[in-house]
Design a binder for this molecule. Structure first.
Ligand code: HGY
Ligand code: MN
Ligand code: MN
Length: 416
């Protein structure tokens, strides 16, 4: 299909075929995929990416935490200059769609393949990255690979991170053959551009094709644990219970009410709950719950965290429970370089595409790269705002438009 965004753009069928090939390595439902970080499915995706990179004669670099960077040195007239980096991640949540992460990586390959096919070169090298464990669904923190890449997390700390079975990142990287030797932190690229699906409803609702992302909201992940007294469900009077499930339920309701009260862009999610012994006729001994709080405003996010801590302590005291909390992830809001946001917006408009400026509700590797170089994100619409869901969908015309804008932005930056 000729590129519907006009102009001689990328090959959207080839891009779609690669996204399908990745999703079908570990399908979930008709369109989704489960490639949890460092599993065999993630390895299969990594292997496929490396093969595509080698086919494009990119120099493939695997670093000490398994970040994959393919550098198109042959495409540069001045190959010694710092590259313009694009990319995203290949790992997914357990019920992932086929676009989250993979789209930004495959579109980066598409940009290089399109330029190479036309015999075009750029002053600076172009490079494409697939960062390790962006999702944080198996190992925390999320955005782990890009954090190490920019020097905000040591490789040692990342390699020691363990999943709920006690298996470490280092053990899994060695097992799947992606414990690389390229050092971290890496030398910062000249600039970084991440193309990604919006994963929310705004662009579709506003009937806009390209999002010029202004930044990423702050993220707070914590795990609360309530310890009570396991007892018989039938013989224990209600007034004598020390029931951690009750506290967990009260906190889950509080998270929803707090987000509503704070309003604005405040969101709160209880995504994972564990209880022990988790049996129908036993008052639980303990309950753990994760709480994901996010806001574009740093002060309001801190207020939400403080209010949650007070409420959890009050509920625990009233129910005679012990309560503890562990911070899993904490990132302040990030604002992207205004000149880079302007570049995305102007480039999309030059292609006659509608644009809108908006912050990202989801976390992204770009929020880490923004610490070391001028960084931009390009969004395309998510149908019905769905993501982290196998039904995640983006129209081919929008996939093509986003990849064309990426191609143009990369070409512009690589000429500087
Ligand atoms: O949680 C996030 O926002 C990202 O998908 N890791
Ligand atoms: Mn993502
Ligand atoms: Mn995601």
């Amino acid at each position: 299909m000729r590129n519907p965004s006009g102009g001689s753009g990328i090959d959207v069928d080839r891009l779609g075929d690669r996204l399908a090939a990745l999703a079908e390595l570990a399908p979930v439902g008709e369109f989704g995929s489960c490639r949890l970080a460092l599993t065999d499915a993630d390895k299969a995706g990594r292997d496929l990416l490396c093969r595509w990179m080698e086919d494009l004669a990119l120099e493939v670099r695997i670093d000490v935490v398994g970040n994959i960077v393919g550098v198109w040195t042959a495409g540069a007239t001045e190959p010694g200059l710092d590259p313009v980096l694009c990319g995203s991640h290949l790992d997914t949540v357990a019920t992932g769609g086929r676009y989250d992460g993979a789209y930004g990586v495959v579109a980066g390959l598409e940009a290089i393949e399109t330029l190479a096919a036309r015999g075009l070169r750029t002053r600076r090298p172009l490079a494409v990255a697939a960062f390790t464990n962006e999702e944080g669904a198996r190992f925390t923190p999320d955005m782990m690979g890009s954090l190490v890449h920019v020097g905000a997390l040591t490789a040692e700390a990342a390699l020691a991170a363990a999943d709920e079975d006690g298996v470490t990142v280092g053990e899994e990287l060695a097992r799947i053959g992606y414990l690389g030797v390229w050092p971290a932190p890496a030398r910062p690229p000249f600039a970084f551009v991440e193309l990604h699906i919006e994963q929310g409803p705004v662009l579709e609702h506003e009937d806009v094709v390209i999002g010029a992302v202004t930044g990423v909201q702050g993220i707070s992940w914590q795990e609360l644990t309530f310890v009570g007294q396991s007892n018989h469900a039938g013989t224990t009077p209600m007034g004598l219970r020390r029931d951690p499930a009750y506290a967990m339920a009260r906190v889950a309701t509080f998270v929803r009410e707090l987000a509503a009260e704070l309003g604005g862009r405040q969101v709160g999610t209880v995504g994972r709950v564990l209880m022990h012994p988790n049996l129908v006729n036993v008052v639980p001994a303990w309950a753990t719950m994760t709480v994901d709080l996010r806001n574009t405003d740093a002060d309001t996010l801190a207020e939400a965290e403080g209010r949650l801590a007070v409420f959890a302590a009050e509920v625990a005291e009233a129910e005679h429970l012990e309560v503890s909390s562990q911070s899993l992830v904490r990132f302040d809001p990030v604002a992207f370089d205004p000149a880079m946001v302007d570049l995305v917006e102007a480039t999309a408009r030059r292609r006659g595409l509608s644009t809108l400026r908006l912050p990202s509700g989801a976390g992204h590797d770009a929020q880490m790269l923004a610490r070391v170089c001028p960084t931009a994100m390009i969004f395309v619409p998510s149908h019905r705002g769905l993501s982290h869901n196998p039904a995640e969908h983006t129209e081919p015309a929008h996939l093509a438009a986003g990849a064309d804008v990426l191609l143009d932005v990369l070409t512009d930056l690589a000429g500087r």
